[in-house]
Design a binder for this molecule. Structure first.
Ligand SMILES: *Cc1c(COP(=O)(O)O)cnc(C)c1O
Length: 427
């Protein structure tokens, strides 16, 4: 291991490395990580509970022996080969497993190298399908306000116009069609009906030019940590069917049990499904797009006859091997019980925060807990306060939230709740 002193590492980092959504010239501080094990990471030399699962991905925590072993064994065989003209067991085994555990109609698999790329591939599938079935004029996507689908340009185009900085990119982003944000998770039938009528009206008005409908099912993540009623999913399906649109579920954040469903797609089957983030248990970047036989045939009937996409690291064997091990680990344990336990403790432990000054809402879904403030969070102050309480959090906008690794222990959960409380008070 390098013996470079922490101060030197941080000094170079500050001068030369971009961090997510951060200024290069006036960056907010970053902390040095020197290790991670179980549900804790070592930050500035101190072990703290990870409340973020490294952005939804490390669902089993860190350095899990079975995932470490799968990675090591595959590295000893071969780490990567091109996927053009070649295949290998890790990709085949992962593809088979994904087909098995997702809804029966989804049986064709594209392995992409990140969530954003998988959304790009999904949208390309939708467009090529419409061309293949003789509707080349259908080129726009329908989506809802408040969504987040990634950071590349087409992904930004279906992300919420404010969150996706559409005004900065006007003229450069494809112009998509936005319906209203689904109502709150505890909305009553009248609110759901009103929302549905608005969405149907927008869809009907633009139907002649719409190719697909893309949403994050049940929970909008980075667009505002907004859970919404399951009834809305059937509305999406009906709107898509009524107007000949392909329905794309972006389950990059919700997949693999986070909401209490292994996949939300178990409730309503989409035509195209994007998976990422927790796919490899947080070890490596990998995403997958699954679709139906009918969509695959439509794509093949388009003028090129092939899906025009093929990243260099498509089907990376290390990532596939660790993804397979992660899925095995998830399904061989009581993930539903774990997520239920986390939900109970988060729900009970966060409820009292409603009474703190500045808190406007507290909500949970599955292993996700959210505290919404009436002002933008002071991220530096909130992060510092959480760290002082032994917890790693990364708030954004007006939200302090957590989605911990599923195996998090009772003491760790209590510490996490304490850290959130301190962050809310400081932020
Ligand atoms: C994180 C995320 C993406 C983008 O995935 P990356 O791997 O960061 O490119 C897309 N959609 C949703 C719903 C996400 O949460």
């Amino acid at each position: 291991m390098s013996t470079t002193r922490p101060e030197e590492l941080l000094a170079f980092d500050r001068e030369h490395l971009w961090h997510p959504y951060t200024s290069m010239t006036d960056p907010t501080p970053v902390r040095l990580v020197t290790g991670a094990r179980g549900c804790e990471i070592e930050v500035d030399g101190r072990s703290v509970v990870d409340g973020m699962s490294s952005w939804w991905s490390a669902i089993h925590g860190y350095r899990h022996p079975e995932l470490d072993r799968a990675l090591g064994e595959q590295a000893a065989r071969f780490s990567h080969v091109m996927f053009g003209g070649l295949t290998h067991e890790p990709a085949v085994a992962l593809g088979r497993r994904l087909v098995d555990i997702t809804p029966a109609a989804l049986e064709r698999v594209f392995l992409a190298d990140s969530g954003s790329v998988s959304v790009e591939v999904a949208m390309k599938m939708v467009l090529q399908y419409q061309r293949g079935v003789g509707r080349p004029e259908r080129t726009r996507m329908l989506t809802v306000l408040g969504g987040y689908h990634g950071d590349t340009f087409d992904c930004m185009s279906v992300t919420d116009p404010v969150g996706g900085m559409h005004s900065m990119w006007s003229g450069l982003l494809p112009e998509q069609v936005f319906g209203p944000r689904p109502p709150r998770h505890d909305a009553g039938p009248d609110d759901i009906a009103a929302w549905s009528a608005q969405l149907r009206a927008v869809a009907a008005e633009h139907a002649h030019e719409l190719a697909g409908l893309i949403v994050e099912p049940l929970l909008q993540g980075a667009g505002g940590m907004h859970p919404y009623p399951a009834e809305c999913l059937a509305v999406f399906r009906e709107v898509a069917d009524e107007h000949g649109l392909l329905l794309v579920f972006d389950e990059i954040a919700t997949g693999f049990g986070r909401t209490g469903h292994l996949f939300v797609s178990e409730l309503v089957t989409p035509d195209v499904l994007c998976l990422g983030k927790a796919l490899t248990g947080g070890y490596l970047t990998l995403a997958a797009v699954l679709t139906t036989d009918a969509v695959a045939r439509g794509i093949s009937a388009s003028e090129s006859g092939v899906l025009m996409h093929g990243p260099t690291f498509m089907g990376n064997p290390l990532a596939c091997a660790v993804a397979l091990a992660s899925i095995d680990l998830l399904l061989s344990g009581d993930w539903l019980g774990r997520v239920g336990h986390v939900n109970e403790r988060l729900t009970a432990g966060l409820a009292p925060l409603r009474d703190l000054p500045g808190v406007v809402d507290v909500r949970t879904i599955g292993a996700v807990g959210v505290v919404q403030l009436d002002h933008p969070v002071d991220v530096v102050a909130a992060t510092d306060a959480a760290l002082a309480a032994g917890v790693w959090l990364r708030p954004f906008r007006d939200l302090i939230y957590t989605m911990p690794p599923y195996p998090i222990g009772t003491e760790e959960l209590d510490r996490l709740l304490g850290g959130i409380t301190e962050a809310v008070k400081a932020g």
